[in-house]
Design a protein around this ligand. Structure first.
Ligand code: SF4
Length: 406
């Protein structure tokens, strides 16, 4: 699974010339091929008298953490959900809306059954009555693939008809926030909930709900089949495991790069074929716009969970965007805030008004840095969810690391 091919400009051009305009379902591994390599054997074993505690220990010993961005230990989450009385539900968060993130799509368009088996294993572990897959509508090929393969699973008798429900998102970034996603699954407007209670206690239709990101689940399937060593045996810069970096920007080979979790931006640029000719590395977004921008001088930080917090940011879903000397950090930060202004659900004032105000202030020739800092602190302190709380990161990091531009 470590082989990653890339849609290089040449390949895309050749595909278009051949009349292949992406309006089709890509070649992917179907049920029969997946089973031929041992797929669903682990699930069958577990259903036949397996011990969920043992599976939880295996997942914990692999060090698997939530790859949607929060990084919460997956096995621990299972324990929280199980601690609450059933019926329980499972929801797969496939609303991959973080700009620059495309790893879930990448995997689902190639090996959808890895995620589906991981999902069924997690559902078995928490005794979920129904699995909801919330998939963004901007991924039509993925929706089609999942619809086909869920049907194949039903026909093969691996799941009962109706056990997996496929839900389509409708283009709102905020529905990737787990409690907003749950509201949306319930048929309501996607607005984040206050916590506590956490969704592990009060989730879909007030039932305990296990929410996992797509990529997290495919690792569950792989860990059970191949052993926790597939993650624990990889070590770099004192960090263990693998990370799927979605890499874009001024590099020669943008795409999903599966690298050791302790990789730095220098390693990632190298894996992505280096900088575009004639462009010098200037800055990078380590994990989506919520993570803001870091300068090229900070290129030796392992881009893994917990490593970026001391620098006022985080790895999130590992959406790395590389900027060159042809880019403006200030313009990039403004673009990020425009995105948040657009995508704020509007439920709370610090975020709804704060994002709009920040965009206005950032359009001034010279930023009013004191006012922007005051606004940032208010948003961090008083916003309901992560969108409003993290939106100030691009403002603060740009003021700190690119003072000449603001
Ligand atoms: Fe909605 Fe923003 Fe408040 Fe989150 S912080 S609940 S996105 S208004």
């Amino acid at each position: 699974h470590n082989h990653i091919d890339h849609a290089t400009p040449e390949k895309v051009k050749a595909a278009i010339e051949a009349g292949d305009t992406h309006a089709h379902i890509p070649q992917y591994q179907g049920l029969a091929a997946y089973q031929a390599e041992g797929g669903y054997a682990e699930l069958a074993k577990l259903r036949d008298g397996g011990d969920w505690k043992q599976v939880q220990d295996t997942v914990l010993s692999a060090g698997l953490r939530g790859l949607g961005g929060a990084g919460f230990p997956s096995g621990t989450k299972w324990g929280f959900v199980r601690a609450n009385e059933g019926p329980r539900y499972l929801a797969v968060n496939g609303d991959e809306g973080e700009p620059g993130t495309f790893k879930d799509r990448y995997y689902l368009e190639r090996t959808p059954h890895l995620m589906l088996e991981g999902m069924l294993i997690a559902a078995w572990a928490v005794e979920a009555e129904i699995c909801f897959i919330y998939m963004r509508d901007e991924y039509p090929a993925v929706l089609k693939i999942l619809a086909n393969e869920i049907k194949a699973l039903e026909e093969a008798g691996i799941v009962d008809p109706g056990y997996i429900e496929l839900r389509r998102g409708a283009g709102a970034y905020i529905c990737g926030e787990e409690s907003a996603m749950i509201e949306s699954i319930e048929g309501k407007r996607g607005e984040p909930r206050h916590r506590p209670p956490f969704v592990a206690q009060v989730g879909i239709f007030n039932r305990p709900t296990l929410v996992h990101n797509v990529e997290t689940l495919l690792w569950v399937a792989r860990i059970l089949r191949e052993g926790p060593e597939i993650l624990t045996s990889v070590e770099k810069n004192g960090r263990k495991g693998l990370r799927s970096y979605s890499v874009s920007g001024r590099v020669k080979n943008p795409g999903v790069h599966l690298l050791p979790a302790g990789s730095t931006i220098t390693d990632i640029i190298e894996a992505a074929g280096g900088m575009l000719d004639g462009q010098a590395f200037k800055a990078y977004q380590p994990g989506g716009p919520s993570s803001g921008l870091l300068p090229a001088s900070m290129a030796d930080i392992p881009l893994d969970f917990d490593m970026l917090q001391p620098h006022g940011t985080f790895i999130g879903s590992a959406a790395v965007v590389v900027l060159s000397d042809q880019d403006s950090a200030r313009d990039a930060a403004l673009n990020m805030l425009r995105f948040f202004e657009d995508e704020s659900c509007g439920q709370c004032t610090p975020c709804r008004v704060g994002c709009e105000k920040a965009v206005k202030l950032m359009q001034a020739e010279k930023w009013d840095q004191n006012l922007l800092e005051e606004l940032s602190q208010t948003m961090v302190d008083a916003s309901i969810c992560g969108l409003g709380q993290a939106a100030p990161n691009p403002i603060r990091l740009t003021m700190k690391h690119f003072p000449d531009e603001v």
